[in-house]
Design a protein around this ligand. Structure first.
Ligand code: IVH
Length: 692
């Protein structure tokens, strides 16, 4: 690689890593695995070493990723007394050995280490004064963190006050800091997600996202119910006589801190390797997520002399466990077309055993990901099963690339209907624009219409496949005009099946209007948006004829959704389908009761609304009332919630604070009434069921 090629690649990597940092730390919604991320960082580090003139201050190799909340004023930002660093990491043991050799050389004598588990949660810095917790900060950008003390006080395992001081080997100082990790145990994670699924909310992708999202909630009451837990692992305190990290952890246990007992004092590299061997396997039995082992120099004096880089200490490193992964050969690539026309490349692989199941196919994401990793046919690729059910290709073993391969050429035409593919600049995926004739798009729309959260019509993929291929149904409205005779052409179909289907179709006519709206499959209109649109416009015709300016005024509707709605109603085929659905007697209007009262979630609660919101104050008021709440004009002891918008007056805020009134933001309010997922989440469930 020459200098100018390196410059281009370095720029690409920096941009990609910065984008992923934001997704991981701020949005809590990463879209690549930790391993893929670490590989990008490693490539950047290697290139920067080779071409030092390309290192800039803003390179992600020079600072830690920031978790500072973007939401203005959500949390107070407080500088850290000592920078909050990250850890260097490696996935291979040779590099760990190199770390050990470097440290031993610098020490000039055998070195003692403490091996600990690497907990997969959110880093936290706790400050204590006279044995009382007085502040909890997130890592933030390493220099300044978000003050989340109010939330951390609701985590049962974080001590509010320490044990009385007289009996300790080492008494704690008047002021000190202790750092650690807040995480969500698997059991709480499953409970939280089950609850979200029940409420039709998007699920958290993994416990780490769930923990990070929970800590950034604006209502401590909500935090309390999420079952967060904590382990501390780094004491920053001036304690006379305390000379090692191990001693510090033992002292912290006496003081009352939760310190994990899954740790070991290691006197040589073999003992470190034994610890890795043990936990690589045993970690699957733990009730919480870990992603590696942290190896720390035990002696404080040696730690000090080793010092740190801009990003991480030189006296510690993390050995990360690979997510369950396997290497196998990429045989060919298929392209799947979804209901919206989006194209997903899927790898056909030489079958390989991966955590108990044989994997033959895996997602390749999109054209950019294939290009970024330079994945080629015939390559040995790494497949990984992360938190997701569908395995994905996460990298290439360049060393085993056969001769004569060529860069992968992405398809230019739809594999299903031959139409030239298009791509919107802001979207990663190519899509097939042949909305009306492309079979998987048509079938996908019918399946979506019938799915559980939409019209809940029994059937699923297998039935839709038959209905479509036998020309019985070609758009959702046909379901309401089925002729029993044509159904008899279906395979494995009897009278009972016809009767079940008929009943389920009949029942679908009484779903609430917002579900019908969702079922129509307007691009970008998911369940939540459909609810907003339904209660704002009240009927399908009002929505259909609303001018663009009016659409944008509706809650949560931006330019993109508004344009998509406008476009949807401009197609004569859609209008034809809608008119047939009208004749069939589908719910074209919000029932009066639904319009006034969406839920009773806020029953009896009194609100004061102040400041600026993303929608009009009147809208917010309506929303409070539609969920059973009452809106008052002034702060008093009678008020339960202050719904605080941007730029609200400090005196109101202070008064509310003094009266102990709960202060919540717009986002948090929406979360309370179940209208919005409260924080970054990754994927929606909503699978269709096959019942026949
Ligand atoms: S020590 C200066 N110990 O891993 C040393 N970190 O990737 C600071 N982590 O930011 C960290 N378990 O959030 C340490 N036993 C452990 C850990 C641990 C998890 C996290 C921590 C850190 C990140 C680095």
């Amino acid at each position: 690689m020459n200098r100018s090629q390196a410059a281009i690649r370095v720029k690409e990597l920096k941009d990609a890593i910065n984008e992923h940092n934001k997704k991981y730390y701020v949005l809590n919604a990463p879209d690549i695995s930790d391993f893929e991320y670490d590989m990008l960082v490693q490539e950047l580090v290697t290139l920067e070493k080779k071409f030092p003139h390309l290192v800039t201050d803003d390179s992600p190799t020079q600072h830690v990723g920031s978790d500072i909340s973007q939401e203005n004023g959500a949390f107070r930002q407080v500088p850290h007394n000592y920078p909050m660093l990250s850890l260097s990491n490696t996935y291979n043991r040779e590099e760990l050995l190199e770390f050990h050799n470097r440290v031993t050389k610098a020490a000039g004598q055998p070195v003692e280490y403490v091996c600990e588990l690497k907990f997969d949660g959110t880093a936290i810095c706790l400050s204590y004064s006279n044995g009382q917790l007085f502040r909890a900060l997130t890592r933030g950008d390493g220099t300044i963190g978000d003050d989340i003390t109010r939330n951390v006080r609701r985590i049962a395992s974080v001590p509010m006050s320490l044990k009385p001081a007289d009996t300790f080997t080492f008494p704690y100082p008047v002021r000190f800091e202790i750092r650690g990790e807040i995480f969500m145990p698997f059991s709480s994670f499953e409970e939280v997600n089950a609850h979200r699924e029940e409420n039709g909310e998007p699920l958290f992708a993994n416990p780490r996202n769930a923990a990070a999202g929970t800590l950034k909630l604006l209502s401590p009451d909500l935090v309390e119910n999420r079952g967060l837990d904590c382990f501390l692992y780094h004491l920053i305190a001036d304690v006379p006589g305390l000379r090692t990290h191990w001693q510090a952890l033992e002292a912290a246990i006496q003081w009352g801190f939760p310190i994990s007992h899954h740790r070991r004092l290691c006197r040589n590299i073999q003992e470190i390797m034994d610890f890795l061997d043990y936990w690589d396997d045993a970690r699957t039995t733990l009730p919480f997520a870990t992603d590696g082992v942290v190896v720390k120099v035990n002696d404080f004096a040696l730690q000090r002399s080793l010092g740190m880089t801009a990003k991480s200490p030189r006296w510690a490193t993390a050995y990360k466990f690979k997510a369950q992964q396997a290497a196998t050969k990429l045989l060919s690539v298929d392209f799947q077309v979804g209901r919206t026309g989006a194209v997903t490349p899927v790898a056909n692989l030489q079958p390989v055993l991966l955590s108990g199941t044989t994997v033959k196919r895996a997602s390749l994401h999109n054209a950019d990901q294939i290009a970024l990793h330079d994945i080629r046919l015939g390559d040995t690729v790494y497949v990984e099963k992360g938190g997701e059910i569908i395995p994905k290709v996460v990298g290439v073993d360049l060393n085993s690339r056969p001769n004569g391969t060529e860069p992968f050429r992405y398809i230019t035409h739809c594999p299903e209907c031959g139409t030239p593919l298009e791509r919107n600049p802001e979207e990663a995926k190519h899509f097939c624009p042949n909305r009306w004739e492309c079979p998987p798009q048509i079938k996908g729309r019918i399946e979506h219409f019938m799915s559980r959260k939409a019209m809940n019509i029994l059937g699923g993929q297998a039935l839709v496949e038959q209905l479509y291929s036998k020309h019985i149904v070609s758009d959702p409205s046909d379901l309401y005009f089925l002729n029993p005779e044509s159904l008899s052409r279906l395979e494995n179909w009897g009278e009972k099946s016809t009767e079940n289907l008929r009943r389920s179709i009949e029942a679908s006519k009484s779903v609430p209007f917002h579900r019908f709206l969702y079922a129509l499959g307007i691009p970008y209109v998911g369940e939540t948006t459909a609810k907003y649109l339904a209660s704002h416009f009240g009927s399908l015709d009002a929505l259909r004829y609303a001018p663009p300016a009016e659409l944008i005024e509706a809650p949560e509707i931006g330019d993109k959704i508004a344009a998509s709605i406008r476009d949807f109603f401009e197609h004569s085929r859609i209008i034809g389908m809608i008119e047939r659905l009208r004749v069939a007697g589908l719910p074209f209007k919000q029932e009066a009761a639904q319009a006034e009262r969406i839920s009773g979630k806020m029953n009896g609660n009194r609100f004061v609304i102040s400041g600026n919101f993303s929608r009009s104050r009147e809208e917010i008021k309506k929303l409070v009332e539609s969920h059973g709440g009452k809106v008052l004009s002034a702060i008093s002891g009678n008020v339960d919630y202050l719904l605080a918008g941007e730029k609200m007056g400090p005196s109101k805020l202070q008064k509310a604070f003094q009266l102990g009134i709960k202060i919540i933001s717009e986002t948090e309010f929406l979360a309370l009434i179940g209208e919005l997922p409260p924080e970054g989440t990754l994927f929606e469930t909503g699978t269709t069921e096959t019942l026949f």
